[in-house]
Every structure is written in structure tokens, then in C-alpha cells.
Design a protein around this ligand. Structure first.
Ligand code: GLP
Length: 253
């Protein structure tokens, strides 16, 4: 794992945007897996700006959703599909079909999960998967206890996740309790992974992911086994890492 510690969330976004842009410039037809949530927002803004300044061609890029709530109208601002279209795809003029969606309103969610897996497989897979992390160590919506062999499927959200994500809704009561999520094995197949974390609330999850035991009770720890993972975090998110000091010196070297 390549650990990069930046002073501020803005510096995290800048560094991460450069990381993504360099991959896309090297491979203009890159397949990008997209997380939602607050953490990657600044990255999408910077990618949009670079595109609009003519410095980042994105017309050949194909995008894949990481997760989506079940039963949420895609017109709702909290729908992950809506977020991705609003924050990145529309501003860069991406064709609607360039996003492989997870349809949380499908009549048969299991068939929808299988369809997504097949679309992923037949496309050749994801070149760069962007991830955030939950306060309980989830990636996508793979909550503690998720199998390392899990594929895309319908999952139940843990109470901590419902409470944490309620900041995006009017109240905790209206947060969907179910979601479709790429599985841990699905995420692991991405050729390269970029995980972002900012703020104190992620410090425990980051230290468990990097330095804890690799175990389904600690879902993000599967990334310790992946050959190409970059974690870009701010000092607050890195504050519980025993290896944080060496990571900081690596950045400033
Ligand atoms: C959510 C999503 C994840 C996201 C994570 C962190 O529950 N399922 O895909 O990465 O939690 O979100 P945020 O960046 O808003 O803290």
C-alpha cells in the first residue's frame, strides 16, 4: 500500500485528482470505478475543471458505479447515480450510457447485480477504482462481516452507516436500509485502487485498514493483499496510524 498524507482535505483532493488524471492521460479509454460521498467531491470538481480547460480528455472514459441505495428515486439528490451525473458526468459532457449503473429500483435486485457483474466482466474490468471508507471500515457498502469472496449483491446497511449517512438526508428515518454494492472480491479485481479519507472520523477505520488484521470484520483490510493500492488521506485521518510518520516523510522526501 502506498500511503500519502496531505495536510488538508483540499490537498487530498488535489493530489488525488492528479493521480486520476495521470492514469487517464496514460490510458484515455480507462475504466474508472466511482465512489460517492463527500470525500471524492473535490476530486470530481478538479477533474471537471481540468477537462473544461482542455487538459483532460474524457470522451473515451467509461465509468462504473460502486454502490447505490435500493429504492431511491434517481431524481433524488441523494441517489448515488444522481450524485455522479451531477458532480462529474454532466459537467464533463459524458454520454449517459458511459456510466454502468447499479439500478437500485430494479424489480429483481439479484438479477441486476448479476447483470452488473457481467457488464464489468465483458468490458474487461476496472482500471482505477476510486474508494472512500466508512467510519466502520466499509468500502462500497461492504459492511463488517462481508465475505472477502463477495460479489455485487444487495446488502443491508449497519446502523452506524445509516447514522453516518443521515447527514445527506433530512433525518435518519428516511435513509434507505438496503443497497446494491460491488462485492469485496469485485472491488479487489480492479487493477488499481485509490482510497481517499479525510477527517478524524475516519482515523480508526484507516488504522484498521492499514495496520489491523486482514479479516472480514474489517472489510477494507482486504486491500492489504492488493498489489496496487494508493491511500491519500489528510493528517486527521492518518492520526492513528503507527506508520503515519514514515508516510509523512515519504511525501515530503
Ligand atoms: C458511504 C458509501 C461509500 C463511501 C463512504 C464514505 O456509505 N457507501 O461508497 O465511500 O460511505 O462516505 P463519505 O465520503 O461521505 O464519508
Amino acid at each position: 500500500m502506498d500511503l500519502v498524507v496531505q495536510d488538508t482535505p483540499e490537498a487530498v483532493a488535489e493530489c488525488a485528482a492528479q493521480h486520476v488524471a495521470s492514469r487517464v492521460l496514460a490510458l484515455p479509454s480507462a475504466h474508472l470505478g466511482l465512489a460517492t460521498g463527500a470525500t471524492p467531491r473535490g476530486v470530481y470538481q478538479r477533474l471537471t475543471n481540468a477537462h473544461q480547460r482542455g487538459m483532460l480528455p474524457l470522451s473515451e472514459v467509461r465509468y462504473f458505479m460502486l454502490d447505490e441505495y435500493v429504492g431511491i428515486d434517481t431524481k433524488e439528490p441523494t441517489s448515488f447515480q444522481n450524485v455522479l451525473r451531477r458532480e462529474l458526468l454532466s459537467p464533463v459532457g459524458a454520454e449517459p450510457h458511459s456510466l454502468e449503473i447499479l439500478d437500485g429500483n430494479a424489480a429483481d435486485l439479484s438479477a441486476e447485480a448479476d447483470r452488473f457483474e457481467e457488464a464489468l466482466r465483458s468490458s474487461g474490468g476496472i482500471d482505477l477504482q476510486i474508494l472512500g471508507i466508512g467510519t466502520n471500515g466499509h468500502i462500497g457498502f461492504n459492511e463488517p462481516g462481508s465475505s472477502f469472496t463477495s460479489r455485487t449483491r444487495m446488502v443491508e446497511l449497519h446502523e452506524e452507516t445509516v447514522q453516518s449517512n443521515s447527514r445527506y438526508f433530512d433525518s435518519p428515518e428516511v435513509v434507505p436500509r438496503k443497497a446494491l454494492s460491488q462485492g469485496l472480491a469485485t472491488i479487489f479485481e480492479a487493477r488499481s485502487i485509490l482510497l481517499l479519507a479525510t477527517g478524524d472520523s475516519k482515523a480508526r477505520a484507516i488504522s484498521s485498514m492499514v495496520e489491523g488484521p486482514t479479516s472480514p470484520s474489517n472489510p477494507a483490510s482486504i486491500l492489504q493483499r492488493h498489489p496496487d493500492v494508493t491511500v491519500i488521506m489528510d493528517a486527521a485521518a492518518a492520526s492513528r496510524l503507527r506508520s503515519a510518520q514514515s508516510a509523512i516523510s515519504k511525501v515530503s522526501a
